[in-house]
Design a protein around this ligand. Structure first.
Ligand SMILES: Nc1nc2c(ncn2[C@@H]2O[C@H](COP(=O)(O)OP(=O)(O)OP(=O)(O)O)[C@@H](O)[C@H]2O)c(=O)[nH]1
Length: 441
């Protein structure tokens, strides 16, 4: 990932870099010009010194020129400052054959001077040699170079400080206003960003502001569109949900109805045979697993044919229905009543042993005996066979024994309760700890 950098510092460094390069370039030109000027003034000084010395020498005849005269002349030139800083000394040769006379400003060796300037005098073949040192020239040039560079670095430093201050202030004030307005922008009801009025004359600033305002407007427009879309979607989802809930309720009710229809006998409104078979199997399994008592009652209305024959089949239906409801009412939650078929009912009593079941059967029988049905005050009795589930006995065997008991009740004159006998003497009825409260009073 790229390192984060301040755009202000970046721009400043670029600006100062450009300034530095430009300044170095121009300083170089100025320094070169300055060197030329120094060189020129040195040459002029050399010319002046040469003229002065030449004139001084020419005021003497060649024969008179000697070391003393030349030394005096040189000292005079030195004192008058005409030699400048560059002339170390001179050598004069009156004629080609005569020996030259060397006069020094001070002792110097050949290494001390950088060049010698030969000047042929007007008079005969005499010549003047000036020994020149460029040290003063170079020193003057280096001094200038030092001053130039110092000024340049000082300029760059001051410029950096000044620009940094100004640019940071400018950026802060321009961005600060926009940032503040953006922070406090109310997207529900936005007003255009104003920015800093003092900066509005700058094209870039104004363009940036216009751009942000356009973006804000577009954002607000999109938000509104999205909100409308959302609202539409929400109401559609609500409608769909309500419709689905209604459908679900209707389905549940239908399901309930279907379940009731599938499990209930339509005439008597007690469980039908299909449902009873299922419950019977489940209760037999549970009783075996938990070693708990379970007793089955098979109930048959006595001489029901006579009811039909005497009062008609429709009245017979009503009697059947009320008889079934009477059984359900008395048993309440203690047992399960189902229509076994025709005018016969099955009653399952979980947790009831044969004695307790016998009492229940008696209660049912008495209740039926004392009941009156329909406006004709029809009275009817019923016979009941009672059998308690034995250990290792199947449901089918239990049914058979209960059925046999019922036949016994019929054979013995009807309107009675007969207890089933065990299939073998070894078989014992299932009996566990029975909640005596379960028994009906
Ligand atoms: N009304 C009406 N009668 C029914 C219905 N189912 C069975 N029956 C009648 O019940 C009677 C059963 O007759 P039977 O099997 O002879 O038995 P019963 O007359 O009750 O005599 P026992 O059982 O021997 O006491 C018949 O007349 C059937 O028509 C029903 O759903 N409605």
């Amino acid at each position: 990932m790229n390192k984060q950098q301040s755009i202000v510092s970046f721009a400043l460094y670029k600006m100062l870099g450009c300034y530095f390069i430009t300044a170095v370039f121009f300083s170089g030109i100025m320094l070169a010009t300055s060197y030329q000027d120094l060189k020129k003034s040195q040459n002029q000084a050399i010319d002046r010194a040469a003229s002065f010395l030449m004139e001084g020498v020419q005021s003497y005849s060649d024969a008179d020129v000697n070391k003393n005269i030349l030394t005096t002349l040189f000292t005079k030139a030195l004192n008058s400052g005409i030699l400048g800083d560059s002339v170390l000394g001179f050598e004069y040769q009156p004629s080609p054959n005569s020996s030259s006379v060397l006069v020094r400003h001070q002792d110097f060796s050949s290494a001390d001077y950088t060049r010698s300037v030969l000047i042929l005098a007007d008079r005969g073949q005499s010549q003047l040699v000036l020994y020149i040192s460029d040290l003063a020239l170079r020193t003057a040039f280096y001094n200038r170079l030092f001053i130039y560079l110092s000024v340049l670095f000082l300029q760059v430093a001051l410029l950096w400080l000044l620009l940094r201050h100004l640019v940071v202030k400018l950026v802060q004030s321009s961005m600060g206003n926009i940032m503040f307005e953006l922070d406090n922008l109310n997207l529900s009801n936005p007003s255009p960003l104003q920015g800093d009025s003092r900066l509005s004359r700058f094209i870039e600033y104004q363009k940036l502001l216009d751009g942000i305002n356009r973006m804000v407007s577009s954002l607000v427009f999109s938000r509104r569109e999205l909100a409308e879309l959302n609202q539409g979607l929400e109401s559609r989802i609500r409608e769909k949900t309500t419709s689905l809930e209604d459908k679900n309720d209707a389905l549940l009710q239908l399901n309930q109805k279907l379940s009731t229809l599938a499990n209930t006998d339509s005439l008597t409104q007690v469980y039908n045979r299909t449902r009873f078979d299922l419950l019977f199997r489940e209760h037999v399994d549970i009783a075996h697993k938990r070693q708990m008592p379970l007793t089955l009652l098979l109930v048959d209305l006595d001489d029901f044919k006579l009811v039909n024959d005497k009062f008609g089949h429709q009245v017979g239906d009503h009697v059947l229905k009320h008889a079934a409801q009477l059984l359900s009412k008395i048993l309440a939650d203690d047992g399960v009543v189902a229509r076994w078929g025709g005018e016969e009912f099955a009653v399952l009593l979980p947790y009831f042993d044969s004695l307790m079941a016998q009492k229940v059967a008696e209660k049912l029988r008495l209740a039926m005996q004392n009941a009156e049905f329909e406006e004709q005050h029809i009275r009817i009795t019923m016979s009941i066979g009672v059998a308690q589930l034995l250990a290792e006995e199947s449901g089918e065997q239990l049914l058979k024994r209960a059925d046999a008991a019922l036949y016994g009740a019929k054979d013995n004159g009807r309107n009675r309760v007969i207890m089933a006998v065990n299939a073998t003497q070894e078989q014992l009825p299932l009996s566990g700890i029975v909640d005596k409260e379960k028994g009906l009073s």
